[in-house]
Design a protein around this ligand. Structure first.
Ligand code: NAD
Length: 475
């Protein structure tokens, strides 16, 4: 019962009755249990955020930037401890956890720079007024983050919110709480106003209902599934609160004729099975021109087969288990139903390692468009492949779903590259590459994949609101 929550500037155990459980995904064993936040805890966290906001929003932008830079330095200094916690609770290989922590620090450095780039604007007046447009922090924010990247997805939100001068009540995933807790410690130790950064843990729907409906919370931000995103958007709409949503994706990959498979397939294999496919921008539907189809599937299956799967703490492991039993069941069911719909299993399929939540890297060929895995985000190590004959057909298939987060294509022909880049309907498009979400790049889902943008110069903007001040100096 070691997991504490950060409320009112102090670390304390939740006072709720319900216990939350932490499982080790590599063994399937219970690691720890801890008490949820009570309604009183949540109320204290909001009151603290209100107090913290009045202090933190008055700290100069340069000073906020310096503090966020120190937070980044603390995160890097504590990298091993944070990475260990990610692997223990989420399952990914330690090397991936380390990269995630580095990336989280990068988000703080980026936000530190953006803090001093929030500019007011003067508008020429028709007569003698001063007309000024100010961008001011929106107020206390509630932030909900998931378990697939327990640290970097928190960093994206709180670094931008703090840079803008906002206070936060953060609710990370109840299943992977330790690493976010360490991240918040790194921020407080760096000098972030302790009242301004609160962390609560517990039943997600009870916490989100409380926080979104609270009159002192001025903005909502969520990363997670489309279904929960829609629910929270409805709750926020009832109070006319702004909301940022970073939701699911089902990223198509188009492979055009003339590609060098030896060069592109290793990149695709590595990106597809990174974090066991549990990433919103993971490549997850593969459309390959008929001329290359057979060779591509062959190379893809061989690459997938060579991935070393095992507990994330073991040396040499390239892919860990899925993060929880729900994901293992859901992905296994998707594979079963794809095979029922006529897909051909090239490699993987059923779990070989017992105990943990493992599903092997799986490649499915000739997957019909109506198979569940082609329609619903797999969020796991499953790669469905099908072929096409014309670019129009490939783009129609790529754009046919209500997802629009990421999309990728490979082609040696510059004209085709231009056309694909123009016609793919997604917030981030990779041509001949599979980009990561870096702090300097804006990422915002199209269609049902999201609302608003995280990253880039846009990141801080979403934590600001506009105030226009017209002033005459004489009366
Ligand atoms: P889920 O929708 O139950 O939970 C996703 C996350 O949302 C969890 O961290 C959970 O704590 C949180 N959550 C759930 N209900 C909530 C509520 N009412 N209020 C606030 N937060 C809430 O799904 P899951 O089983 O954990 O994951 C399954 C699906 O979620 C995946 O298939 C994937 O589509 C999606 N997902 C997306 C991302 C992403 O990065 N966009 C991350 C995790 C999960």
């Amino acid at each position: 019962m070691s997991i504490k929550q950060h409320i009112g500037g102090k670390w304390r155990l939740g006072r709720g009755r319900e216990l939350q459980s932490i499982w080790n995904p590599a063994t399937g064993e219970l690691v720890d249990q801890y008490p949820s936040a009570s309604v009183e805890d949540l109320s204290d966290a909001v009151a603290s955020a209100v107090r913290g906001f009045s202090a933190w929003s008055q700290v100069s932008a340069w000073e906020r930037g310096r503090i966020l830079e120190r937070a980044a330095a603390n995160i890097r200094q504590r990298l091993e401890q944070i990475a260990e916690a990610i692997t223990e609770e989420q399952g990914k290989p330690l090397s991936e956890s380390r990269t995630e922590v580095e990336r989280a620090a990068d988000f703080f450095v980026w936000a530190a720079g953006e803090a001093v780039r929030i500019y007011d604007r003067c508008i020429p007046a028709r007569s003698g007024e001063d007309q000024r447009v100010c961008h001011v922090p929106v107020g206390p924010v509630c932030a909900f983050t998931p378990w697939n990247y327990p640290v970097v997805l928190v960093a994206k939100k709180i670094a931008a919110a703090l840079a803008a001068g906002c206070a936060c009540v953060l609710k990370p995933s109840e299943e992977t709480p330790t690493a976010p807790t360490l991240l918040v410690r790194a921020c407080i130790d760096a000098g972030v106003n302790a009242q301004a950064l609160n962390l609560v843990l517990g039943n997600p729907s009870e916490i989100s209902e409380f926080l979104i409906s609270h009159s002192d919370i001025r903005k909502v931000t969520f990363t997670g599934s489309i279904s929960v995103g829609k629910l929270l958007a409805n709750q926020a709409a009832a109070y006319v609160k702004p909301i940022t949503l970073e939701l699911g994706g089902h990223a198509p990959v188009i492979v055009m004729p003339g590609c060098d498979l030896e060069q592109i397939v290793p990149q695709i294999v590595s990106k597809k099975f990174h974090n066991a496919g549990q990433a919103c921008i993971s490549p997850s539907r593969f459309f390959v021109h008929v001329d290359l189809h057979e060779a591509f599937v062959d190379a893809f299956a061989r690459g997938a087969n060579q991935i070393v799967v095992g507990p994330g703490h073991d040396k040499g492991v390239q892919m860990g288990p899925l993060a929880n039993a729900r994901r293992r069941e859901s992905v296994s069911e998707m594979i079963r139903s794809s095979l029922d719909s006529g897909a051909i299993l090239q490699t993987g399929g059923s779990a070989e390692l017992s105990g943990g939540f493992f599903v092997p890297p799986t490649v499915l060929d000739n997957v019909p468009s109506n198979a569940v895995v082609m329609r619903d985000e797999p969020f796991g190590p499953v790669a469905p492949v099908s072929s096409f004959r014309s670019l129009d057909e490939a783009l129609t298939k790529a754009n046919c779903l209500e997802y629009g987060l990421a999309a990728y294509a490979f082609s040696p022909d510059p004209k085709t590259q231009d056309e694909i880049a123009r016609r793919l309907e997604a917030g981030i498009v990779g041509i001949n590459c599979l980009p990561a979400h870096l702090p300097e790049l804006p990422l915002g889902g199209w269609k049902e994949s999201g609302l608003g943008v995280e990253g880039g110069a846009e990141a801080t903007q979403s934590y600001l609101r506009t105030k226009t001040i017209c002033r005459r100096r004489d009366v």
